[in-house]
Design a binder for this molecule. Structure first.
Ligand code: SAM
Length: 278
């Protein structure tokens, strides 16, 4: 039986061809085959470094069929390098599937770190980095988009999303509605000639992008919650909630406690509002 080969997951530049590591270049030179999302994109990198390793397609459309074949080749001794169009394979591309299949088959997998649009954008945005949440691509449909954003409202973290340039203005407008007052950033064409990082409140960003035709690659970032984001609960809502519980037989003290916890309003305030409405 032949020795097994390896899967080598190689980070490549997100724009500037200089952002490739020496180790990745060594692997791309010596691998038996390079699997690439888009062979035309990867060919530019190989040409720049005078590399002539065979290139094959491995993308969303071919992954289902190709994965078992690639695993079989690694099991038979091949050294396979995996690259994506940009950055670290496995993030919002089919790379994760191949890594999983190789590991499941008990084959060696090594990740060669390097560029990633997520980390580059996060640091370039100047937004807090104590915690961040990566949400991949945002939903396209307006309702789903708002629901997805609203579901993240409580996270004390900077939110990071990949976005298409055509949808950026609409997504930022939704972000401004769901997260008014938060700091945000739009990072475009990072490490490339037309690199741009727009910063401001979500509203300022929405106004700056309204009607603008963007080109290139975009990452959207939204800062953690700010103090004045706490939803305002109307006095009438509080009074009605207490009243409904009292009518249902709950003691006033317990009703005030329940409404306070349920609506996130201090107990004294609930008590005062309920008394006033009697
Ligand atoms: N795996 C990659 C990584 O490590 O970040 C990203 C691949 S993902 C399918 C492609 C998305 O990454 C683009 O739609 C864009 O949102 C983002 N992206 C890639 N290169 C970028 C760049 N130079 N500037 C801004 N965003 C970029």
């Amino acid at each position: 039986m032949p020795d097994v080969g390896r899967l080598l997951v190689c980070a490549t530049p997100i724009g500037n061809l200089g952002d490739v590591t020496l180790r990745v270049l060594d692997v791309l030179r010596s691998a038996d085959v390079i699997l690439a999302e888009d062979t035309r994109v990867t060919r530019k990198l190989l040409a720049r470094y005078d590399l002539h390793t065979p290139l094959e397609r491995y993308d969303e459309a071919t992954a289902a069929v190709r994965t078992p074949v690639v695993v079989e080749r690694i099991a038979s001794g091949a050294t396979v390098a995996l690259v994506s169009d940009a950055g670290t394979p496995g993030i919002s591309d089919p790379g994760a599937r191949l890594v999983d299949a190789a590991l499941t088959a008990g084959l060696p997998v090594e990740v060669l770190p390097g560029a990633s649009a997520i980390v580059t954008a996060l640091v370039a945005s100047g937004l807090p980095t104590h915690a961040f949440y990566f949400g991949g691509f945002l939903p396209r449909k307006a309702g789903e988009l708002r629901r997805a954003l609203a579901g993240l409202a409580g996270l004390d973290a900077t939110l990071v999303f990949y976005e298409s340039p055509r949808r950026t203005a609409a997504s930022v407008a939704a972000v401004a509605e769901v997260f008014p007052g938060r700091q945000a950033a739009m990072a475009r064409e990072l490490t490339k000639l037309h690199e741009e990082v727009l910063r401001g409140t979500t509203g300022e960003l929405a106004r700056a992008l309204e009607g603008r035709e963007l080109k290139g690659e975009v990452v959207l970032l939204v800062g953690p919650p700010v103090a004045d984001e706490t939803p305002v609960v109307e006095d009438d809502t509080i009074a009605a909630a207490v009243n409904a519980l009292v009518v249902a037989g709950v003691s006033r003290k317990d009703a005030v406690k329940r409404v306070s916890e349920g609506l996130g309003v201090p107990r004294n305030d609930v008590y005062r509002i309920a008394l006033r409405s009697e």
